[in-house]
Design a protein around this ligand. Structure first.
Ligand SMILES: *[C@@H]1O[C@H](CO)[C@@H](O)[C@H](O)[C@H]1NC(C)=O
Ligand SMILES: *[C@@H]1O[C@H](CO)[C@@H](O)[C@H](O)[C@H]1NC(C)=O
Ligand SMILES: *[C@@H]1O[C@H](CO)[C@@H](O)[C@H](O)[C@H]1NC(C)=O
Length: 493
């Protein structure tokens, strides 16, 4: 009970900008709850609050629409943020890579990467990934135009930024190091793999490396996070409430579940795919909270305290919790066709989130967080098919599950899965981060922090750090020194 008031005030519900303009003047289209929870799970690293003043400049870099076809003359502007506050001519360039999110200044004004850049009088650069934020190379986002959305193109964009910078006098002798979190950490690894001479080293915090269609292990780790950090009672509550709702659908009482969960009329309780959407949305909400939890703040224990306090009945407590996380809509907008329609609509009316990443999951990575592994409290009602069906219905009939499987295997062939053939790359993971299951492990010399979540080591060295995080942060500081030192004699780009 103690946590209850604190938490309601402090913890913000999911993105409030939950509408998409259909066309100017028309009514907004509500973002389906499933898409909200999916976007939340794939959001960027938390914005850090910094009291220090920093001058962050925005620059636009002209990029080719297709970096691998000289005949294609189309260009677009990539947004890049630059912080040169501590820069001395010729000192290194510290790139922080943008992933599937809109970039914002805090990533290059505070945190460990910034501290290290200062030590070397470095310049800090934050690159926005194509098809996210304000860096949209082409519109509309038809399936045809989205063929220019790939990690290979995005890595080539980063190399172009480096090329352009290094033409400037002050950067001509600058060495380049990169870092990233989550998908942008994968990029940090793959940049070193594809362009070993352009950058001297790379630190990847929580990089998923192995593409996989049915990412069934993910929810197991999420469940473990709740059990370990919030307790058995919390795990059991989620488990029982989920089973209760699954049981209602299985016994033909879907209408009752619909009522208890306050689902909108458009939800069809007899439609299997509508049911898949509910249970995946519930799991995504819990996973989204676990994603950036800090064990030292007791985040998950607090969320579970809120959950428990909503109602003494498990099923009702879960329903209240879900509605709270979704920003208390009049009714919870969940149905399969609504999600497909939303994505189709956003192909023509881009709203700055979601679609570019959903496309990449269908075309390159998979990582569909299914219920197939039974070792978690979120039930067994959301197969990876939910996602592959959506790919098919949104991007076209070519996207069969067999084809998506081949796309994913092609990604692993190109980048080497969990064991990429790279040097001067340092990889870290949280032991209670589901993404660690598709990342490098100790066998590949990755460092795992027990109890930690996603990208948990990006802040400045602090007394709140666990022993393992602190040791690792010091190691990053040391490694960057070595990378910059070692490469002194080598010719760089
Ligand atoms: C390269 O670009 C040209 C001009 O846009 C286009 O006609 C051609 O089909 C492209 N080639 C490939 C292999 O994409
Ligand atoms: C950083 O710049 C200052 C001032 O120009 C200089 O004294 C110092 O040696 C530089 N440090 C490094 C690591 O280059
Ligand atoms: C499981 O949840 C149902 C529905 O909320 C409730 O009636 C039942 O008492 C719960 N079971 C346990 C063991 O808590």
């Amino acid at each position: 009970m103690k946590y209850f008031l604190v938490v309601l005030a402090l913890l913000v519900p999911l993105a409030s900008a939950s509408t998409l303009k259909d066309s100017p003047g028309s009514d907004d289209i509500a973002i389906p709850a499933f898409v909200q929870t999916f976007n939340q799970l794939h959001r960027g690293p938390p914005v850090r609050i910094s009291t220090k003043r920093a001058n962050v400049e925005t620059r636009l870099f002209s990029q080719n629409l297709d970096n691998f076809n000289d005949t294609n003359q189309n260009v677009w502007n990539q947004r890049v943020l630059i912080n040169e506050d501590n820069f001395v001519d010729g000192s290194p360039i510290f790139i922080y890579l943008g992933g599937e999110w809109k970039i914002e200044p805090s990533a290059i004004t505070s945190g460990l990467w910034v501290d290290i850049a200062k030590e070397h009088n470095g310049s800090l650069i934050y690159t926005e990934h194509r098809f996210f934020g304000e860096s949209i190379p082409i519109k509309p986002l038809s399936t045809k135009n989205l063929k220019y959305q790939s990690v290979k193109q995005a890595l080539a964009d980063v190399v172009n930024v480096i090329k352009v910078l290094k033409k400037e006098d002050k950067y001509k002798d600058s060495k380049v190091v990169v870092s990233g979190c989550s998908y942008s950490a994968s990029m940090a690894v793959w940049l070193k793999l594809l362009y070993p001479n352009v950058i001297v080293g790379s630190w990847a915090s929580s990089a998923p490396l192995e593409a996989k269609v049915d990412f069934s292990d993910f929810m197991e780790v999420v469940g473990r996070a709740y059990r370990e950090l919030a307790g058995d009672y919390c795990y059991d509550l989620i488990d029982n409430a989920t089973s209760y709702y699954e049981g209602l659908f299985q016994s033909g009482q879907g209408a009752e579940a619909k009522k208890l969960l306050n689902l909108c009329d458009s939800f069809d309780e007899t439609d299997e795919r509508d049911q898949w959407q509910i249970f995946s949305s519930i799991a995504n909400i819990f996973a989204g909270l676990a994603q950036y939890q800090k064990p030292e703040n007791y985040d998950l224990a607090q969320y579970c305290s809120v959950l428990r306090n909503f109602d003494k009945d498990d099923a009702l407590a879960l329903s209240q919790f879900i509605q709270w996380r979704l920003g208390r809509p009049e009714c919870v907008n969940i149905n399969y066709q609504g999600t497909v329609n939303y994505y189709k609509l956003s192909k023509n009316n881009y709203d700055g989130t979601g679609l570019g990443w959903f496309y990449q999951t269908c075309r390159q990575f998979g990582w569909f967080q299914s219920s197939a592994n039974s070792n978690h409290p979120f039930g067994s009602t959301f197969p990876a098919t939910l996602y592959t069906d959506t790919c098919h219905d949104v991007f076209g009939s070519r996207y069969t599950s067999a084809k998506i499987e081949r796309y994913v295997q092609a990604t692993n062939s190109a980048y080497g899965g969990k064991d990429p053939n790279v040097e001067n790359v340092y990889m870290t993971h949280g032991g209670l981060d589901g993404w660690s299951k598709v990342g490098a492990g100790p066998a590949q010399e990755a460092v795992i922090f027990p109890q930690a979540s996603h990208c948990s080591d990006e802040g400045s060295i602090s007394s709140k750090d666990s022993q393992s995080v602190r040791t690792s942060k010091k190691r990053v500081v040391e490694l960057v020194r070595e990378w910059l030192e070692d490469s002194r004699a080598k010719a760089i780009y």
